[in-house]
Structures are given as C-alpha cells and as structure tokens.
Design a binder for this molecule. Structure first.
Ligand code: MG
Length: 210
C-alpha cells in the first residue's frame, strides 16, 4: 500500500465569506448604540444605525457574495455598502472594498492591494492621516499588514488606533465644524473601522489564515 499524505484542507472561501459577514454584522449590531453615542458627541448621532443598515444589507446578500470570486465579491460588497450605509461613511467603506476588489484582480499580494484601497479612501475623502477619520485606523492597519504582524496580535492593536483619534481635532466632515471642541471624543468612523478590522482579523486567524 502506498501511503498518501492527507492534503491540508483548503480554506472554503464560501464558508469564510459567510462567516466574515455574519461576524461583522454581529459586532456592529452589538455596538450600534455605542457608535451612535460617539457620533452624537461630534456629529449627528446616526453612525451606528447607518452601519447596522449596511451590515444587514451585506448579510441579506451573503450567499450570493459567497458564491462569487473574491475580487468580485469585494466590489459588489462595496456597492452594497455605498447604497446602504449612506452618510459620509458609506462612500468611504464602499470605496475601500471596491478598490480592494479591483486591486486583487490586478495584483497578487494583499499588502499591495490594501495599500491601494487605503489610498483610494484618502482620495475619496480628500483626507490625510491625523484628521480624525477612519483613515487613522486604516493607515496603521496597512502598515502592520505590510510588516506581517500576526492576525491575533493585530486584532488586539486596532482598538488602540481608534483611541488615537480621541486627542485629534476633526478636519473633515460634520465634526470639523466643532473645531477644538471635537478633541476629547473618539471618531465614530475610526471606532466602527477598528471593530470591523478586529473582527475580520480574528475570523481569518480562526480560519487558519496567517
Ligand atoms: Mg452621522
């Protein structure tokens, strides 16, 4: 008898996609009120509700997204988020996913795809680092991915990125009208971004992705 080595089971992308969407939806639903509270302090108080609507819309198409090739699923998910989240955050999250989808079609490596997606968000929001937006989570997140920080460790660190926005003065969006009074509050977009990033890192690590 010839011993045949069992191949390592391949990651089932459909299962993983469904799991990622469910986990993102759960974390946003759990923290919806907190995100609204953060937005109420420096904005109009709807960020949690908007994000919840976005995650519900993704979940409603979860099975169709899971059946698509990854890059296509990302682009479609981005379109869903633009249409469902609305506000300032919808176009930013949507741009991120659409650009990630496009980049994954053209480049092999995740760090490069992520770099392109974050740059697209900065262009879309006409925003830079330190302006108290979700970019203040995305930039350090990108840098950690480039450095190949292990996913479980990254999951622990992203909340700290969002906390860095507390001492920043808002330079973009409604919060910027508050000027110095925006200092002392966490940016709601950075907060939702950190929640989602930590959730995705944990789910990917659990799925055996390094
Ligand atoms: Mg708002």
């Amino acid at each position: 008898m010839i011993a045949v080595e069992e191949p390592r089971p391949a990651i089932d992308h459909a299962v993983l996609t469904n799991r990622l969407i469910a986990a993102c939806r759960d974390v946003i639903a759990t923290r919806e009120a907190d995100l609204c509270d953060l937005d109420r302090a420096i904005g109009d108080g709807d960020h949690g509700t908007n994000m919840r609507r976005g995650m519900d819309a993704l979940a409603a198409e979860s099975r169709q997204l899971a059946a698509m090739p990854l890059s296509e699923a990302m682009s479609r998910a981005g379109t869903i988020l633009v249409m469902s989240i609305g506000g300032a955050a919808g176009p930013l999250y949507g741009t991120f996913l659409m650009e990630l989808g496009a980049a994954l079609r053209n480049v092999e490596a995740w760090p490069e795809a992520l770099r392109r997606a974050v740059a697209a968000v900065a262009r879309r929001g006409k925003s830079a680092a330190g302006e108290k937006t979700l970019l203040d989570v995305l930039y350090p997140l990108r840098d950690e991915v480039v450095r190949h920080t292990p996913l479980p460790l990254l999951a622990q660190r992203v909340q700290g990125f969002a906390e860095m926005t507390i001492d920043m003065q808002a330079m973009r969006g409604r919060a910027s009208f508050l000027g110095e009074r925006s200092i002392g509050h966490m940016d709601p977009g950075a907060a939702s971004c950190a929640l989602l990033a930590a959730t995705i890192c944990r789910e990917l690590a659990e799925a055996g992705i390094e």
